[in-house]
Design a protein around this ligand. Structure first.
Ligand code: B12
Ligand code: SF4
Length: 495
């Protein structure tokens, strides 16, 4: 069968496509796990974000797919609906399959969109079985993890048990299936690699627990190295390890770093997400090893620097330093010190605008970011389907915006007890632009040609909506903020 797999073009504030165009790891993993006689094409539409309609039309005509699969996050739902409509108009009989966190956790939102199947949870085996059933013209009732229509009614088959990656059930991704080019992370070709799936924490803002429960499964180190080699052979010079929480097993992470060094794969740059507590408790050995392995940017899930907020986010435990089992207080600053000492950059993940936040508590977090983090990744709490936080916001009546295309993490869509959503977003917007600017010299030293060529565009993106008068304080910068919001609204229309 001809299969076309698409990821959505929608991007958010901290990932402007001029600087960041990352592949979707789910689609190549699906492509690597279907039966080998199928013709699978993977198209990451972030690579065509300015010409989405034309690209979908061209690919549909050229590839003549019998099955089209879409990977969708919540803020991409509206774009997904438009793409489905377009594909359907071109190929009325095509089977449309959805997967990803949003369709999996809120399948009912897609039921009026002309979709045939929704894959809930991990997709490799479910999708393989679905293609087999379609090819053999069999029913879908035996396929776990699948929802489908039958006589106008939606049937939800039982959930599929999470995959035990250790057992070799999931084959390596098929990167050769990609039909668009141009992935980049600040000028270097980038690819994504998984080494594990799952997490045993239960942060209230994270979709993962609802999606797969609290568990942690790992691929073998040999498989990870083969996967990195494959990405490198396809041109990657930066690898983003997309694990939910690679630092859950620090011993294994250290082994991975050693294996990367031994295999000579440390000439690549690595980017990873980590917990502050793990960095601190193993900082003496882990941080230098990470540096030698090529780690350059570490996304730290700091979430918030105030204890009250951390409790709401259920993120205290993962940000607590421990020695001999005893709490030594918040781990954040020490984790940052370890990383800086070993010449790595900190992408600081913070969440501001929580239910009890005041302008002082938000400012305290923004000042912390100004002082300690290299690249701010500051977000607002966002009511994604199935998270404990969503339930609480609903109960307290704090959700002020139901337009899910704005649920991109940097648009405030919930208010706090004391502040409007607009005010929360304004405070973040005002501070964050300058912190980003400060990182430019470091980026320049690493990739001077890219920065020389694209700095004006990156600067224009970061400061879009702002005027010189606003920046100099000669005009109320709320006018700049209003212009920025308007531009952001327009950017969200991809087709
Ligand atoms: C790595 C990651 C990123 C990376 C890289 C993204 C990339 N291009 O790969 C970065 C840091 C850039 C990122 C950014 C964002 N992310 Co993110 N990210 C993740 C993370 C940790 C892992 C995703 C991954 O690659 N997994 C590995 C692949 C193989 O697994 P998978 O994606 O789960 O796919 C499987 C199934 O879902 C299913 N499936 C998926 N798609 C499809 C399609 C079909 C057709 C089928 C059949 C099956 C299927 O099968 C796959 C294989 O089993 C997740 C998940 C998590 N646990 O928290 C969040 C997550 C996906 N991100 C999320 C969000 C919100 C974002 C941001 C908006 C903001 C943010 N929180 O950072 C931005 C938006 C990015 C943009 N487009 O501009 C949310 C989505 C929530 C939601 N309901 O939509 C998640 C779930 C985290 C959370 N908050 O809970 N992200
Ligand atoms: S530690 Fe990370 S992956 Fe685990 S539940 Fe919290 S946010 Fe999600």
């Amino acid at each position: 069968m001809n299969v076309l797999l698409l990821s959505m073009p929608d991007y958010f504030e901290h990932m402007p496509p001029v600087a960041v165009r990352m592949p979707n790891g789910a689609l190549t993993s699906l492509a690597g796990n279907v039966d080998s006689h199928h013709q699978v094409a993977v198209a990451d539409l972030i690579l065509a974000h300015g010409r989405v309609g034309e690209t979908v039309i061209r690919l549909t005509r050229e590839l003549n797919p019998q099955v089209v699969g879409l990977s969708v996050m919540t803020f991409q739902r509206r774009t997904a609906a438009r793409i489905i409509k377009l594909v359907r108009s071109l190929q009325p009989d095509v089977k449309i399959v959805l997967g990803g966190y949003d369709p999996g956790l809120e399948p009912q939102a897609y039921r009026g969109m002309g979709v045939d199947y929704i894959v809930r949870g991990e997709g490799e085996v479910t999708f393989r079985e679905l293609l087999r059933a379609l090819e053999r013209k069999q029913g879908a009732e035996e396929i776990c993890g699948l929802s489908y229509q039958n006589g106008g009614r939606w049937i939800d088959n039982p959930a599929r048990a999470v995959h035990h990656l250790e057992e070799g059930e999931i084959r390596r991704p098929n990167r050769a299936a990609r039909v668009l080019a141009g992935y980049t992370l600040l000028g270097r070709p980038v690819d994504v690699v998984e080494t594990s799936r799952g997490c045993t924490y239960d942060c209230s803002f994270c979709s993962i627990i609802q999606a797969r429960g609290r568990n942690f499964h790992t691929y073998s180190i040999e498989r990870v190295l083969e996967d990195i080699r494959d990405a490198q052979a396809k041109g990657a010079r930066t690898i983003f390890l997309v694990d939910d929480n690679i630092t859950l097993n620090v011993h294994r992470f250290e082994q991975l770093c050693q294996a990367i060094i031994a295999a000579g794969l440390n000439r690549l740059d690595y980017f990873v997400q980590a917990m502050t507590s793990a960095i601190v408790s193993h900082g003496q050995t882990l941080a230098p090893l990470m540096r030698r392995a090529g780690f350059r940017y570490v996304f730290l899930g700091i979430e918030n620097i105030l204890e009250g907020d951390l409790e709401f986010l259920r993120a205290s435990a993962k940000n607590t330093a421990r020695e001999n089992g005893h709490s030594q207080g918040n781990a954040t600053i020490r984790a940052i010190e370890y990383l800086h000492r070993n010449k790595m950059y900190v992408v600081g993940g913070l969440i501001v605008g929580n239910p009890d936040d005041t302008s002082q508590s938000i400012r305290a977090n923004l000042e912390f970011a100004e002082r300690y983090v290299d690249w701010p990744y500051i977000q607002h709490p966002t009511p994604y389907p199935g998270t404990p936080m969503t339930e609480e916001f609903r109960q307290r009546g704090f959700i002020t915006n139901e337009r899910v295309e704005e649920y991109d993490g940097t648009t405030a869509v919930v208010r706090s007890e004391y502040l409007t959503a607009e005010e929360i977003e304004y405070l973040r917007w005002k501070a964050e632009r300058w912190i980003k600017l400060r990182h430019m010299p470091a980026a320049f030293r690493h990739d001077p040609w890219f920065i020389l060529r694209y700095a004006p565009e990156m600067f224009a993106h970061t400061f879009r909506g702002s005027t010189l008068r606003g920046l100099l304080g000669l005009e109320d910068d709320r006018k700049d903020f209003a212009r920025y919001k308007q531009i952001r609204r327009e950017e969200r229309t991809y087709l």
